[in-house]
Design a protein around this ligand. Structure first.
Ligand code: PLP
Length: 384
């Protein structure tokens, strides 16, 4: 047979999935592994989905998505961040941020264009750059700096082929929230070198130590920034597959161009549920955020007490402690912790080389389980 697509064939399977297949076959595992809320979608939102099905909203929507949903998204961004996006031609509904990321990169990149990606980062970033014909250029961040991006390190990676910087804040896997000054420095750099900024803001509502900055609202950023957001995390809607892109009209138009051929539209029922989520679920979200914050405080304090240095995670629902004091590398630590104490965490180097010496622990898990995981991790560390 002729060879399959070489770029895709060269891309390794996600290091996260591989690990959890092992965990799935064990008893009594406490999983701190999956990046998914442990809450079910708020009832009123599920009810809106049921209503939509009952009343036969089972067709395609317009390619860009329901106008009402786009209006609500732009109004919400305006209310919370002072953003100024036109629901008519600067916003489209995607099948999750996953599709948004893929669309944005395909629209921005020509073959061989480089995209600077601060790491450790979400596992899809580098593969998606490659699938779009681009070349990911990872740049390191450090636990000692709370995984803040150093704009000078980014600057040093700029070449004549650099087209964009791809960044997630709050971040998976570190929980880091990029300080506003860092984002401003990146915007200045983007202006100097005429770069696009792709800003994955899927965790924007999950911040605990300070307000989120929407990158598209910073001076000079709007015309060169693609903001990605969605409902999976804060609204506990991972399975519904709804996200959005807000971008300058020329970029948004081409995103719709690809989307109309490849996806047609995001699921209609899910879009109607997302309308309900934006109209009436703020209190539900606030309740979940308060719960994550309680767990975050207990868990991060606990990690530090058992001797693991943990940078303060200001957002998302991940802690990314250093495990260097154990003398083990990330993969060995995670494998042994799973086999010996039945606690599943993700080796940090899965998210990039700077993740070596760390593990990702999701605290989207009930508090008693987090406490039990800490007991087991403590026992594991003492035995080493
Ligand atoms: N971006 C980040 C940083 C994520 O952590 C995830 C999921 O884990 C996604 C995007 C994908 O989100 P969605 O469910 O909206 O496709």
């Amino acid at each position: 047979m002729r060879p399959l697509n070489a770029t895709i064939a060269a891309c390794p399977p996600s290091g996260i999935r591989k690990f959890f297949d092992i965990a799935a076959e064990m008893d009594d595992v406490i999983s701190l592994g999956v990046g998914e809320p442990d809450f079910v979608t708020p009832w009123r939102v599920r009810e809106a989905g049921i209503y939509a099905l009952e009343h036969g909203y089972t067709t395609y929507t317009s390619n860009a998505g329901l106008p009402r949903l786009r209006e609500l998204i732009c109004a919400d961004l305006a209310a919370r961040y002072g953003a100024d996006y036109d629901p008519g031609d600067e916003c489209l509904i995607t099948t999750g941020v996953s599709e948004g990321l893929d669309l944005a990169l395909r629209v921005l990149l020509n073959a061989g264009d480089e995209v600077i990606v601060p790491e450790p980062c979400y596992v899809a970033y580098e593969p998606c750059v490659r699938f779009a014909g681009g070349v990911p250029v990872p740049v390191p961040t450090r636990g000692e700096d709370g995984f803040a991006v150093d704009a000078e390190v980014v600057r040093a990676a700029v070449t004549p082929r650099t087209k964009a910087v791809l960044l997630g804040s709050p971040a998976n896997p570190t929980g880091a929230v990029q300080p506003r000054a860092v984002l401003e420095a990146l915007v200045r750099l983007a202006e100097e070198h005429d770069l696009y900024l792709v800003s994955d803001e899927i965790y924007d509502r999950l911040t605990y130590t300070g307000a989120h900055t929407c990158l598209g609202t910073l001076p000079g950023a709007r015309e060169r920034t693609v903001v990605l957001g969605g409902f999976s995390k804060a609204h506990a809607m991972t399975g519904w597959r709804v996200g959005w892109i807000c971008a300058p009209a020329a970029v948004a138009e081409l995103c719709v161009r690809v989307h109309q051929y490849t996806m047609l539209c995001a699921p209609h029922v899910s879009q109607l549920a997302a309308v309900e989520a934006l109209e009436h679920a703020d209190a539900d979200v606030a309740g979940m955020v308060a719960d994550y914050d309680r767990r975050r405080r207990v868990f991060v304090k606990g990690l530090r007490e058992i001797g693991l240095d943990c940078p303060e995670p200001g957002g998302a629902f991940y802690a990314f402690p250093s495990i260097r004091s154990s003398g083990l590398d990330s993969a060995t630590f995670a494998e042994r912790l799973l086999h010996e104490e039945h606690v599943a965490v993700v080796p940090g180097d899965v998210f990039g080389p700077s993740g070596q010496g760390h593990v990702r622990c999701s605290y989207a898990t009930a508090l008693p389980k987090l406490e039990e995981a800490l007991v087991r991790m403590d026992r594991f560390l003492r035995r080493l």
